[in-house]
Design a protein around this ligand. Structure first.
Ligand SMILES: [Zn+2]
Length: 137
């Protein structure tokens, strides 16, 4: 019998869930095959661990403590949200104030209409000058 036929039955064999004929086949193979014997040993350890875990006492659930932990987490979350809102409000105020300040500075520093015309004087002089003496013709 090949390993791949036996492997699905090993767990059932360990749990005495196979009919006697099949159990004898599995036992014969596991006895002669080191790989399947090792697998059966692993299954046995897992079964033993599960049985010992299930047989142990189950701790009582302290509902009051669970609820208190939940409320404490809610309070911490609310505190964090409140802090974040304050930080966001402060940032908004700072942005608004600095924006107003920047706008006022731009408004105060912008050139007046007279300054603009005065700064164009050399350009206008050049454009309307008479470099070739056309007025003399
Ligand atoms: Zn095998």
């Amino acid at each position: 019998m090949k390993c791949k036929k036996v492997i699905p039955w090993i767990k059932a064999w360990l749990d005495d869930e196979l009919d006697p004929a099949r159990a004898a086949l599995v036992e014969r193979h596991v006895t002669s095959c080191p790989a399947c014997r090792a697998l059966a040993a692993d299954f046995g350890e897992v079964s033993l661990a599960v049985r010992s875990f299930a047989a142990g006492p189950v701790p009582a659930l302290d509902v009051g403590r669970v609820l208190e932990c939940s409320r404490q987490r809610e309070r911490e979350s609310a505190r964090i949200v409140t802090s974040l809102r304050r930080i966001a409000a402060a940032a908004a105020v700072i942005l608004f104030v600095s924006g107003v300040g920047a706008w006022r500075q731009w408004f105060d520093d912008r050139p007046s209409a007279d300054d603009t015309v005065a700064s164009l004087d050399p350009v206008l002089d050049f454009l309307f000058s008479d470099p070739i003496g056309a007025d003399e013709i």
